[in-house]
Design a protein around this ligand. Structure first.
Ligand SMILES: C[S@@+](CC[C@H](N)C(=O)[O-])C[C@H]1O[C@@H](n2cnc3c(N)ncnc32)[C@H](O)[C@@H]1O
Length: 339
């Protein structure tokens, strides 16, 4: 191809010719094949007109007759629709202004939710904003409720029977697991569905307005609780945090931990974190993207094992071990009070 931009007819001929005469060794060099595939996808995207975009969402099958595509079918699932709403209403406006935000703040990563792009854009931190705009908060809760569907469940790679069930005290009042910041209680329900009840009490904690938005959960007790205040449930076998610590900067995480420690029984209680684990090198694109998403929302971050260990050590805790699904990015991190 000449160094001058080809005209459309010349390009058409060249692309048609190339598509008919792929090099015979195209499947021998996988890196080159992928680059070629990506270049073709970029070309296809660059050529898309606005109406082509609409056609990908609905598809005409006859006069005045339309059928949904897989994308629009997925959007009928409430949690998917609310994911798109959350992304469109809260995330996209922040991403759009991120270059200006970074320039204004000297390209420094914020270390306090009150200085995060979300707060700068909407005037309060995300959880206060949701309290003041309940329909947006409920939409976020629906997104979180369905967000873990289709993903590997922590119970598939963390040996809960051996690590929690076998060790929980036998009294009726014993608490097996407190899901701190558990949203609508979906993880506790999944635990009860998979493992049955009768292993100890299951307690859901979240902000009062979130717990009030949760459906009636027969097998789960619910309570409004702010994790920046002392943990009221004493001596549980496990205090479980899914996707909580990645929301927060180090200082806020330390405050949350400090509020749990007095409730823990030494030698018995555990903290169990279910979060994304960043590999020490070569973080995959999704993990890096989540790290940026947490930074813009609440000045939070995804952490490596070393960063988890340092955070826990800083509050007198010991990282016991980390379990991770093969090929997955989520991990379960267990910690106990140091001897
Ligand atoms: C990213 S969501 C995770 C929800 C749930 N654990 C899950 O994985 O689906 C964070 C949760 O933290 C809750 N949260 C935020 N601030 C809180 C606070 N100060 N005390 C208790 N919960 C809080 C939010 O309401 C929300 O449900």
């Amino acid at each position: 191809m000449s160094s001058q931009a080809p005209n459309i007819h010349q390009l058409l001929e060249e692309v048609e010719e190339a598509s008919k005469n792929l090099p015979p060794d195209v499947f021998q060099d996988d890196a080159a094949r992928k680059r070629l595939q990506e270049a073709a996808a970029r070309l296809s995207g660059a050529l898309e007109s606005p109406i082509d975009g609409v056609r990908r969402l609905i598809f005409q099958v006859g006069p005045q007759t339309y059928t949904p595509t897989p994308v629009t079918t997925a959007l009928t699932v409430p949690s998917m629709a609310d994911y798109v709403r959350h992304f469109a209403y809260e995330a996209l406006p922040i991403y759009a202004d991120l270059p200006q935000y970074m320039e204004k703040h000297g390209y420094k990563v914020p270390n306090n939710p009150a200085h995060a792009p979300f707060c700068e854009k909407f005037g309060s931190i995300q959880w206060e904003y949701f309290k003041d705009h309940p329909e947006r908060g409920q939409s976020f809760n629906t997104f979180m409720q369905g967000q873990h569907q289709g993903r590997t469940c922590w119970l598939d790679f963390y040996p809960a029977e051996e690590r929690l069930f076998a060790e929980v005290a036998k009294e009726d009042s014993a608490v097996l697991l407190v899901d701190v910041g558990g949203g609508r209680g979906h993880d506790l329900l999944e635990l009860a569905n998979r493992k049955g009840t009768g292993h100890g009490r299951l307690i859901l904690q979240d902000l009062p307005e979130v717990v009030a938005d949760a459906p009636e959960l027969n097998v789960v007790e619910s309570m409004g609780y702010d994790f920046f205040t002392p943990q009221p449930v004493k001596g549980a076998k496990a205090y479980y945090f899914r996707r909580i610590f990645h929301d927060w900067d180090t200082e806020s995480c330390q405050k949350i931990l400090r509020n749990q420690l007095p409730a823990m029984e030494k030698g018995y209680s555990k903290l169990v974190f279910n979060d994304i684990l960043v590999p020490e090198t070569n973080a995959p694109f999704f993990v890096a993207g989540m790290d940026v998403a947490m930074m813009i929302t609440l000045a939070g971050m995804e952490r490596t094992r070393t960063q988890w260990s340092e955070l826990l050590e800083s509050e007198g805790l010991q990282l016991v071990d980390v379990w991770q699904a093969k090929g997955g990015v989520e991990a379960v991190i267990e910690a106990v009070l140091k001897d």
